[in-house]
Design a protein around this ligand. Structure first.
Ligand code: SF4
Ligand code: SF4
Length: 130
C-alpha cells in the first residue's frame, strides 16, 4: 500500500523544534530510557522516523506526544544531541494550531487515562490548558 507523505511536515517540525531530525540514526536510546513508554502507542524513536518520512497524519494521530511528560530523559541521553522533548512539543503545537483540539488525541475515555502515571496526567493537563 502506498503511504501518503508530507515533506512540509518534517520542515515544520524542524522549524518549531530547532532540531535536525535527520541527525537521528534510530539507535533507540530515547525509547529505552523513557519512563512513559509503556503508555505510548508509538515509541519516541519510531515517531521521529515517521516525522522524517513525512507521515503527518500518523504522527498527529498518535497519543505519544500527549503522553510525553517533557522529563528530558531522552534529551540528555541522545547520542546525536537531539532534543526529543522539543520535537514532541513541536508536534503538539502543530496539532493544536490545526485546531484539532486535544480531546481528539484518542485520550477520550476515562479508561484511556486511568492507567497513566500521575506525572503524565499532570503534564497533559498543563499542555492542554497552557
Ligand atoms: S536517542 Fe537520538 S539518535 Fe537515538 S533514536 Fe532517539 S533521537 Fe534518534
Ligand atoms: S521527554 Fe517525553 S519522550 Fe523523552 S523520556 Fe521524557 S516522557 Fe519520554
Amino acid at each position: 500500500m502506498k503511504v501518503k507523505t508530507d515533506r512540509e511536515f518534517l520542515d515544520r517540525v524542524q522549524e518549531l523544534s530547532g532540531q535536525n531530525l535527520n541527525e537521528c540514526y534510530q539507535c533507540g536510546t530515547c525509547s529505552a530510557g523513557c519512563p512513559f513508554v509503556e503508555e505510548m502507542d508509538i515509541l519516541p524513536d519510531r515517531l521521529i522516523r515517521l516525522v522524517i518520512l513525512g507521515e503527518k497524519e500518523r504522527v498527529l494521530g498518535a497519543k505519544t506526544p500527549w503522553i510525553c511528560a517533557a522529563c528530558f530523559t531522552c534529551t540528555v541521553r541522545c547520542p546525536r544531541g537531539l532534543d526529543i522533548a522539543k520535537i514532541m512539543e513541536a508536534i503538539r503545537q502543530i496539532k493544536l494550531r490545526k485546531r484539532k483540539e486535544a480531546d481528539e488525541t484518542k485520550i477520550e475515555k476515562i479508561e484511556d487515562i486511568k492507567h497513566l502515571p500521575q506525572a503524565a496526567l499532570v503534564s497533559n493537563f498543563r499542555k492542554q490548558t497552557g
